[in-house]
Write a protein that binds this ligand. Structure first.
Ligand SMILES: C[S@@+](CC[C@H](N)C(=O)[O-])C[C@H]1O[C@@H](n2cnc3c(N)ncnc32)[C@H](O)[C@@H]1O
Length: 292
């Protein structure tokens, strides 16, 4: 377990949250997902990361995206199906689904990403805003379920089920327990991650925490700027085949097929990845190889 040294507590000037506490933050006690993707400077950085084929920070590498789309098409035959890509980012998958004949809509709350993706994409929060209905296939790709608190995950899965046409399918991926880090870390650095967090000079703290009994980990960032100190909590819920099955079942979804990676590889006992479901739906669950 990491304890924040006093000098970091003083430097951060924070009076709330886990800084300076002797405890790990309570699981999912803080949610900053929206901030992470929509804060002006970060959303620009995220778009650059999406489009950088040498980085898998925001999207997987192009070859993996191509293989994933090919595999999904092989499984479902998406031509002429209506497909909604939740958390579509700049539309790297959505565009490829459309090229294979699907009638696509992408949904994302990052204006920056949506602006890049342009037509057929809606700027919306998939937890709270209206979503398309009468959909044949829903995709939620790059383990976006894993960063949400349990109640939000259940809420989103139920919303997704309601969006579907009879016989519709959900395709999503989640991190497997093989992705759970083995050690924790604490870094204090000027302009942490080379200016990723702010265009102005800042000091960044990154602390990682493990909750092995819950297959959960946290990357906690504290960004200290001259006029503002702010935090990002990035939770990663990792799954076994059994735990994802139980969570999906609770939302009325049943697994039809599971794969060991987003391109359809065989599932392993301690997977980094998993794949597919069926209620009246076929959902693909892939547990990704490691946290980016
Ligand atoms: C890890 S990226 C994956 C993007 C895309 N699926 C891909 O793999 O290229 C997660 C995306 O989900 C979006 N997102 C996260 N939470 C969201 C929410 N509640 N509503 C809408 N979009 C959301 C983010 O803005 C971001 O573009």
């Amino acid at each position: 377990m990491i304890e924040y040294p006093n000098r970091i507590r003083k430097l951060s000037g924070l009076t709330e949250g886990p800084i300076g506490s002797e405890q790990r933050p309570k699981p999912f006690s803080f949610s900053t997902v929206k901030n992470l993707w929509t804060r002006a400077h970060i959303s620009k950085q995220m778009l650059a990361a999406h489009l950088d084929n040498a980085s898998d920070l925001a999207s997987r590498l192009t070859a993996t995206i191509d293989a994933t789309v090919a595999w999904i098409n092989e499984q479902l035959g998406i031509s002429n199906l209506s497909l909604c890509d939740l958390g579509c980012g700049p539309g790297l998958y959505t565009r490829r689904f459309a090229q294979r004949g699907a009638r696509t809509t992408g949904v994302d709350f990052s204006e920056h990403a949506i602006e890049y993706a342009r037509s057929q994409h809606d700027s919306a929060d998939y937890l709270t805003d209206d979503l398309p209905h009468g959909v044949d296939v829903i995709t939620l790709i790059y383990c976006d379920l894993c960063v949400l608190a349990p109640a939000d995950r259940h809420h989103l899965l139920c919303r997704m089920r309601e969006m579907l046409n009879p016989g519709g399918r959900i395709i999503l991926d989640v991190f497997g327990v093989g992705a759970l880090p083995e050690t924790t870390d604490l870094t204090l650095e000027e302009n942490l991650m080379h200016g990723f967090w702010s265009p102005a000079p800042y000091v960044g703290i990154q602390a990682s925490f493990l909750y092995p009994d819950q297959n959960l980990s946290l990357d906690h960032f504290v960004i200290i700027e001259p006029g503002e100190t702010w935090q990002v909590f990035h939770w990663y819920q990792d799954y076994t085949a059994r735990t994802i099955e139980a969570e999906l079942q609770a939302a009325g979804l049943h697994i039809e097929t599971m794969a060991g990676d987003p391109c359809g590889a065989a599932l392993t006992p301690e997977p980094n990845m998993i794949g597919i479901i069926r209620p009246r739906c076929l959902n693909w669950v892939s547990l990704a190889p490691g946290h980016p």
